[in-house]
Write a protein that binds this ligand. Structure first.
Ligand code: 5GP
Length: 140
């Protein structure tokens, strides 16, 4: 498998070199909103340690990311009155991965509302800012 590329877009977000709509941070994980959500409130959870995907992440970092994904899933249900939550995690091109720093997608779902195709529609900045504020408050 290819080596981790420290210039991937999520590495730049983690280093504060690019902006994001942050919702959660602890010593080992970081979470923010997807700017092209597959459904309203779509969040991404990352380990802070460089890891390309599930094939090179440490088991402990992976377990922690999943714990945070669960917290965010519960907060999403509360904040967005979601009927369910879809969790996705892609590995390598063949597995559907586009950004090569491990991330878990947490996608709140409503009955009868289909997910949009990946990276199809950019959400309005004011909507993302408001959602991030609400989710961050629910995660405190
Ligand atoms: P992957 O297919 O690698 O699991 O998904 C990458 C995700 O990153 C996609 O859902 C896409 O919408 C999202 N994405 C791409 N560029 C950016 C960005 O600059 N900021 C944020 N917050 N999300 C991004």
């Amino acid at each position: 498998m290819p080596a981790y590329d420290p210039n991937n877009i999520f590495a730049k977000i983690l280093r504060g070199e690019l902006p994001c709509y942050k919702i959660y941070e602890d010593d080992k994980a970081f979470a923010f909103l997807d700017i092209m959500p597959r459904a309203s409130g779509h969040a991404l959870v990352l380990p802070k340690t460089p890891a390309r995907n599930i094939l090179d992440v440490s088991p402990d970092d992976l377990a922690h990311v999943m714990k945070v994904a669960q917290k965010i899933a519960k907060a999403s249900v509360e904040v967005f009155a979601a009927d369910g939550v879809t969790i996705q995690q892609f590995n390598e091109n063949a597995g559907g991965q586009v950004v090569f720093h491990l991330h878990v997608h947490v996608i709140p779902r409503k009955i009868g509302v289909a997910m949009k195709p990946p990276a199809s529609v950019k959400e309005a900045p004011d909507v993302l800012a408001e959602q991030a504020k609400q989710l961050a408050a629910a995660l405190r």
